[in-house]
Design a binder for this molecule. Sequence first.
Ligand SMILES: Cc1cc2nc3c(=O)[nH]c(=O)nc-3n(C[C@H](O)[C@H](O)[C@H](O)COP(=O)(O)OP(=O)(O)OC[C@H]3O[C@@H](n4cnc5c(N)ncnc54)[C@H](O)[C@@H]3O)c2cc1C
Length: 503
Amino acid sequence: MRLAIIGGGASAVTLVDALARSAPKEKISVSVFEPRAVPGPGRPYAEDADGALINRPADAMSIRHRDPLDFRNWLREAHRGGEFPSADPEARFQPRWLFGVYLRRRLASAAARLAADGGTVDVHATAVEDIVAADGRLLTRTATGGTQAHDHVVMCLGTPRPADIYGLAGRPGFVADPYPLSEPLPTGEPVTVLGSNLSAVDIAAALLRRGHTAPIRLMSRGGLLPSVRCRPAAIGPAEARQLAEAVRRTPPAALWTTVRRLLHDRLVAHGVSADEISLDLATGEPAVRRLARQLGRTEAADCWRGVLLPLLDPVGELLWQRLPLSTRKAFLHRNTRLATVLNPMPPATAALLLEALGSGALEVHSGVTAVTARPGGGFTVTADGKDHRAGVLLNATRATPYDLDEPAGRLLGRLAASGLARPHPCGGVYIDFATNRVLGPACGLYALGHPTAGDLYYANAGSLLGISARAERIVARIQRGPATGTAALATSSTLTIGGQLDG
Ligand SMILES: Cc1cc2nc3c(=O)[nH]c(=O)nc-3n(C[C@H](O)[C@H](O)[C@H](O)COP(=O)(O)OP(=O)(O)OC[C@H]3O[C@@H](n4cnc5c(N)ncnc54)[C@H](O)[C@@H]3O)c2cc1C
């Protein structure tokens, strides 16, 4: 059986790992297409010299959803063996680069396991530009002109890059996509970050940890930082069951109202404070006060944020998929404040920002209405009617649709034009909820991770444990399907597995 995986980030690793663990009965040839130099870490977990932390606790950052401690245990073992002496394997939030190493190692061991079963894993350092269905197979066409035939293709394309809202691409000083965070920036030069979401916070934290001495400004329309992650509250089996039942059985038209009422009842039962909810969802509270307030509540059993997330987590995927499209669209459009609660930052990151805000090393501004390039170089950012000059501008705005200039956007654009995939108005493409198969005429075409966000919601679609559960579904499904041979019509620049994957 021939399988193509388009994209070589965490989703791809999860899929290859699930395939290797499934003890396949037939020989499997896997082609991974990834234009980045190193397959595995993808966009978020590349080398960045200890700068930024993963936003989820290490105990939820496994590529194996049935073994959530896989990353933690891998790290403990490596540390005991003398690797990563500066790492603290027991820390709740781990550096991004360490997770990148874990991904590289897991990819290498999964590839070795498949090879031991007679299979192969080849990495092609190029983007896939198009997929065509022909004679029951799927042909991938790459940027380097290679074409290969496959029985199954899984698109693991990751998240869209930040939007260029103000048309600044190509201007000196404008960093269109700051990931990976390893690019050196002059430490003495003030930096303005467009955005105040998790990516913006990551950038600020990475700069501060690297000893950036000049002021860092986070500037966005709302000026709201992500909430600070709380210790999750213990959710009783009965309350979890009640919510799950409601999500499964309530007709879609009444689902949103029903779930909101149930969540409200559960929050009240856990003794949460209505004032805290209002404050968290309001704009206008100075960032320094908000961070200090939320940091003081991270261990509180009655903090609503610590109750909400574990309540929503097990039902989020199905809830989103069953909501009417109009409700999903309205939610994405209106609920940017709730999004700050659903995507929280680690307390250690919040503490770092709080200190920097106190010392003047960091500023947070709201009310951005315009950003323009200055004739003599640099930029003017207009916020709340005031102009701010910026020399270096890092773009951390969140994008929902893929840009047609990036490989993922180009590929999905071509698939939409040929009818192999249908763009989802809430992001990515329409998929079959049970199997992740891309809805359309090609039986062997699947999506995993962010390209499924329209049907799974972006936070669920990007959760690694969720990705792992979905990867297993894809593996189960493709192993049931017919496996035919392959016609390799031409090859692209293939990199061999051993040296490339393990670093
Ligand atoms: C900046 C950022 C930070 C994040 N932080 C966290 C976090 O702290 N914790 C957490 O749980 N989740 C986080 N996430 C969510 C993240 O989506 C998942 O954790 C996970 O990394 C997703 O892996 P992926 O393989 O789907 O995407 P990615 O890691 O983005 O990999 C996708 C890969 O596909 C490649 N690609 C795209 N198009 C093509 C093409 N046409 N041909 C070939 N290759 C292509 C890209 O080059 C890229 O390397 C973050 C996401 C982002 C974007």
